[in-house]
Design a protein around this ligand. Structure first.
Ligand code: G1P
Length: 294
């Protein structure tokens, strides 16, 4: 088990996005835009801010556009050049990952998050790695994964980001049990995926950011199905907890679940209000809308 540098991040992007049909019939949910950037871009930027050097996407059928998004678009760029659209060209080059720093592998069957992570095992190899669930996009002073990487440099082992939720919402998430305080977080003493209502060991839910040791892959290899009849990463982590430390990073920023309609809309509003170019207009329109509600 190492506290070595976390250089690779896994993005499970194989989900069908059924909550966003009909849009997701042809567009992967990770490509839906919050203001003017696809959701996946926000999550990749969080990883970059945390020092991640290699980006592993676990895709599925109908997700090829994600691979295209992280590539050069020659026709578009030559047209922009011909029209002297330098700002747009700069924008495109600023988000282009370094050549060779992305990998794409497919989850052939929708067997669950644990199975999706396991599909990345050959690319990750024998080193600690991050997992970022692209549905969850975050807004905070210190990026969530950055805080986790800093905690991991001290704690070693495995680090999971958690937030507090209302007790009546705990059954929607993976929930951890709280042990002793460690730095910005605490030692995790147990965890459960989607606990039955009223049985949760705490109100700290797993918010979709993980730093895991590679031994998780051996466990996932034989992990049986759990909640929702899917292979769950939380069940595999609970097994690894018997051999290795898990530390919770208590994330204090805001998280938007863009996989839910309300979270997606709120993310659009919140990120639009952060943008100097459109803030004024959006704010005025929002105020008018809210006033009309009364
Ligand atoms: C997954 C994880 C769960 C976590 C959640 C955060 O669940 O299995 O532990 O709390 O993401 O969004 P899902 O949303 O895929 O049901």
């Amino acid at each position: 088990m190492t506290a070595g540098k976390v250089k690779k991040a896994v993005f499970p992007v194989a989900g069908l996005g059924t909550r966003f049909l009909p849009a997701t019939k042809a567009v992967p949910k990770e490509m839906m835009t919050v203001v003017d950037k696809p959701v996946i871009q926000y999550v990749v930027e969080e990883a970059i801010e945390a020092g991640i050097e290699h980006f592993v996407f676990v895709t599925g059928r109908n997700k090829a556009v994600i691979e295209d998004y992280f590539d050069i678009q020659y026709e578009l760029e030559s047209t922009l050049k011909a029209r002297n659209k330098n700002a747009e060209l700069d924008l495109l080059s600023s988000i282009l990952p370094k050549a060779g720093s992305t990998s794409f592998t497919r989850q052939q069957e929708p067997l669950g998050l644990g199975h999706a992570v396991w599909c990345a095992r050959d690319i990750v190899g024998n080193e600690p790695f991050a997992v970022l669930l692209p549905d969850m996009i975050m807004k905070s002073e210190v990026a969530c994964l950055r805080g986790m990487v800093d905690l991991h440099a001290v704690s070693g082992g495995n680090v999971i980001a958690v937030e507090e939720c209302a007790p009546e919402l705990a059954h929607r998430y993976g929930i951890v049990a709280r042990g002793d305080t460690v730095g910005d977080g605490f030692r995790i003493t147990g965890m459960v995926e989607k606990p039955a209502k009223g049985t949760q060991p705490s109100n700290f839910f797993i918010n979709g950011r993980y730093i895991l040791q590679p031994e998780i892959f051996d466990i996932l290899e034989t992990q049986e199905r759990g909640a929702g009849n899917e292979i769950q990463i939380t069940d595999a982590m609970l097994k690894l907890l018997k051999q290795q430390d898990f530390t919770a990073y208590h994330y204090k920023g805001v998280t938007y679940d863009t996989g839910a309609k309300d979270g997606f809309i709120m993310a659009n509003i919140a990120f639009a209000l952060d943008r100097p170019d459109i803030r004024g207009l959006v704010e005025a329109d929002l105020k008018a809308l809210v006033a009309a509600l009364k």
